[in-house]
Design a protein around this ligand. Structure first.
Ligand code: UGA
Length: 430
């Protein structure tokens, strides 16, 4: 079976490499020549645990190219894993998907199955199939199937090789048979359905997780007011198998390239059909407020940050990735800079990407100690293990004023009490 994967971002590249791992020959196509050259030299363009090792292990089964014609023309299966970013109005931008679809229509020379892995609005698979059939240059049969992706950044390889489920949205038995053959090396439960339902499963899953986070964040906010501890609440709730103990970590909101965009896109789609998804709307609103919660807390200590030394620990939207998309740090740093704060920041992998946004405005530090030295306040945005395992007595020793506002509940409240610092976290009273 000849498999081609269009797009070498998180979804495309991880899919391609994992399919090679289970024995397929895979061609990965991207328009970005620099990225292709990097991958040819054995390097991954994204920071993802275990990915480079698998690229190396399967290098004989992996081809990287910008030559889409040769990649699509005789492929049996073409996966599309390009991005569907958010448009200004909240809807999904399908520009990149259609660019690939157009190239496939122009080049494909044999019957093939086009599989949409990208997160696309409900009804897109139908539209893509119609578009393909209308624009095919050669007399071939092309069918479209939906096969959404459920990998999370930082654990993408594991999430793919040990996926919780494989969702197949198909129009024919033939498409189902081909996809089952592709995934023959995997041992996961299948959900076989129509294409619209498969597209909806992806949005409904992501939006439900976002809702779960916003729910626990609201409970955390109330815990702070009434004097309860959100971690104990989450634990107490989580033992109920109907609720489950995952995604109940209160914090400063969800970021990343998926939840913010997918909640807005589904909300937009519902509105477009004159329906309001009230729960999803609430999740979006709660998250927007949650992101700036630390600044609000910080303002109770300092009316203005002008001339103050502010230490920032963690820049990325979560640990295990260098991705900054919708990172809560990005909602807070402009406010601090506008006020005239002197910011010193530490992050183990996010700095290079941050420098592209703030090349000179922030002092980037090589260690946590350097970032907190002489600081008037410290804000924690990401629960990197280095931060969680940091010796908290150093806050008191190194900071000018040891005020630590922790947006990710990194520290044990009992330990904090002995450390001689002013400490606030989310949904827990010190
Ligand atoms: C998410 C989903 O978890 C994946 O299943 C999905 O495939 C992916 O989106 C996608 O659509 O491509 P990802 O955005 O990589 O994956 O990261 P998550 O681990 O889900 O975290 C998202 C955000 O939620 C992070 O900012 C994280 O800090 C936050 N979060 C997560 C919480 O605040 N509390 C929690 O309990 C869990």
């Amino acid at each position: 079976m000849k498999i081609t994967v269009a797009g070498t971002g998180y979804v495309g590249l991880v899919t391609g490499v994992c399919l090679a791992e289970i024995g397929h020959n895979v061609t990965c196509v991207d328009v970005d020549e620099n990225k292709i050259n990097l991958m040819k030299s054995g390097k991954s363009p994204i920071y993802e645990a275990g990915l480079e090792e698998l690229m190396l292990k399967n290098k004989d089964r992996l081809t990287y190219t910008t030559d889409y014609k040769s990649a699509y023309k005789d492929a049996d299966v073409i996966f599309i894993g390009v991005g569907t970013p958010e448009k200004k109005d909240g809807s999904a931008n399908l520009k990149y998907v259609y660019e690939v679809v157009k190239q496939i229509a122009e080049t494909v020379e044999k019957d093939s199955l086009v599989v949409i892995k990208s997160t696309v609005p409900i009804g897109t698979n139908d539209k893509i199939e119609r578009f393909l059939k209308e624009n095919l240059k050669n007399d071939v049969d092309v069918e479209v199937a939906s096969n959404p992706e459920f990998l999370a950044q930082g654990t993408a390889v594991k999430d793919t090789l040990q996926a919780s489920r494989i969702v197949l949205g198909v129009k024919s038995k033939r498409a189902e048979k081909i996809l089952r053959k592709v995934y023959d090396g995997f041992n996961q439960p299948y959900v076989v359905t129509d294409r619209r339902s498969a597209e909806m499963i992806k949005y409904a899953s992501n939006d439900f997780l976002a809702l779960k986070i916003s729910y626990i964040n609201e409970i955390a906010n109330l815990c702070e007011i009434v004097g309860a501890n959100v971690e104990d609440i989450a634990k107490g709730m989580g033992y109920d198998p109907r609720i489950g103990n995952k995604f109940l970590r209160a914090g400063i909101g969800y970021g990343g390239s998926c939840f913010p965009k997918d909640t807005k896109a589904l909300h937009w789609l519902a509105n477009f059909h004159d329906y309001e998804l009230k729960t999803v709307k609430a999740a979006i609103e709660v998250n927007e407020n949650q992101k700036i919660k630390l600044i609000k807390k910080a303002r109770r200590y300092y009316e203005s940050f002008n001339g103050l030394n502010v230490a920032i620990l963690g820049l990325t939207f979560k640990p295990g990735t260098d991705d900054l998309r919708e990172a809560p740090s990005l909602a807070n740093i402009p406010i601090l800079l506008e006020d005239g704060a002197n910011i010193k920041a530490w992050d183990p992998v996010g700095v290079e990407n941050y420098k592209k946004i703030y090349p000179n405005e922030i002092t980037y530090c090589d260690s946590i100690e350097e970032a907190i030295k002489d600081a008037d306040i410290c804000l924690i945005f990401t629960e990197w293990p280095e931060i969680v395992n940091f010796d908290i007595s150093k806050f008191e020793k190194l900071m000018k004023k040891p005020i630590v506002l922790d947006g990710r509940n990194c520290y044990d409240l009992k330990e904090v009490k002995d450390a001689g610092i002013i400490y606030e976290s989310i949904g827990r009273r010190t």
